[in-house]
Design a protein around this ligand. Structure first.
Ligand code: PMT
Length: 219
């Protein structure tokens, strides 16, 4: 570990959940607290990077050294990423982006009655896949949250999204927790990072990112 591992590199990080409105007060979301993504932002700052943090709704205080952009929905997160991506050397997608949004959300609070309420869901854009499809993408790091078959599903996800590095975790052990356990997947194979506080894992992840990033021909 070296404090200047990413000196001068511009790192864009997404964190937290997204929140997909059903009506004026309700939404579909998930239990992501933002702790893992904020820890990655802190570790990148410690490594000397210029950090932009795009965050879904969380209760956390962002690191003061990061430029923070607050978003609500996956669509807003995509727009914020698209705005920043041209100025980015390394993109780390830690956010638990909702895979679906609600078609035609109500502007008013929906009133309860005796009928069954049916919501129509449409798929959200895949933000990290969009970034990888840019003509000149930055170095991209994905996360994978799985509830079973971690090794198999994570490597499939890394290949499908064409990512040089992916950090996988078991969602029930990771989401909302103080500690986590990560397995890093890259072209060389797998690198398990044993259970530890999220900031410790974030520092190990950033050290691995810096190694691959510099080896991939970047200064
Ligand atoms: O926030 P915490 O409480 O600390 O919890 C941390 C965490 C469990 C949320 C985190 O460690 C984690 O695993 N984040 C990724 C969660 C996730 O959405 O995984 P996924 O397997 O559904 O997505 C794979 C990758 O594609 C992720 O990098 C995700 O950010 C990205 N993605 C997913 C869907 C989408 N529409 N756009 C995306 O960019």
């Amino acid at each position: 570990w070296h404090p200047k591992l990413l000196k001068g590199q511009r790192v864009l990080i997404t964190a937290g959940p997204t929140f997909e409105a059903i009506d004026a007060v309700r939404a579909i979301t998930n239990m992501s607290s933002g702790k893992m993504g904020y820890a990655v932002a802190r570790a990148a700052i410690e490594a000397g990077a210029e950090v932009t943090l795009i965050s879904g709704p969380t209760c956390l205080t962002p690191p003061t050294a990061a430029k923070t952009i607050a978003v609500t929905s996956a669509q807003q997160m995509l727009e914020a990423v698209n705005k920043e991506i041209g100025e980015t050397d390394i993109f780390i997608s830690v956010a638990a982006v909702a895979d679906y949004y609600v078609l035609n959300p109500s502007g008013q609070k929906i009133k309860k009655d005796a009928h069954i309420l049916t919501l129509e869901l449409a798929p959200n854009p895949d933000i990290v896949a969009n970034v990888m499809n840019l003509p000149n993408p930055p170095f991209c790091v994905g996360f994978a949250a799985e509830s079973e078959n971690l090794y198999e599903f994570a490597e499939m996800k890394r290949r499908r999204k064409n990512l040089p590095l992916l950090a996988a975790n078991m969602v029930q052990d990771a989401i909302g927790q103080e500690d986590n356990e990560l397995i890093l997947f890259d072209d060389e194979g797998t690198h398990p990072l044993p259970r530890a506080p999220k900031i410790v894992l974030a520092r190990q992840l950033i050290a691995h990112v810096a190694k691959l990033y510099h080896h991939s021909g970047n200064k």
